[in-house]
Design a protein. Structure first.
Length: 76
């Protein structure tokens, strides 16, 4: 899940928890809202943790072509 899905779940959870006043037989909407908010928050935090674990500068071999003489050089 991405950040957008996480924010969407938190928003839907908040709507179920505080905005909907309807009563549906067999479903506790405020409790469902809390569950959605918890899953969205956990997903959001997990996305942040995984984003910070990715390498900032992956080491790749980069070759540049010198201008004028056509020599291939490898940056140091």
């Amino acid at each position: 899940m991405g950040f957008g899905v996480s924010i969407f779940l938190i928003t839907i959870g908040a709507i179920f928890k505080w905005a909907i006043k309807a009563h549906i037989s067999g479903i506790d909407l405020p409790a469902l809202g809390v569950i959605f908010m918890a899953v969205g928050g956990a997903s959001f935090l997990l996305q942040i943790v995984l984003m910070n674990r990715q390498p900032k500068n992956p080491e790749t071999d980069v070759f540049t072509e010198g201008r004028g003489n056509g020599n291939m050089t490898h940056p140091e």
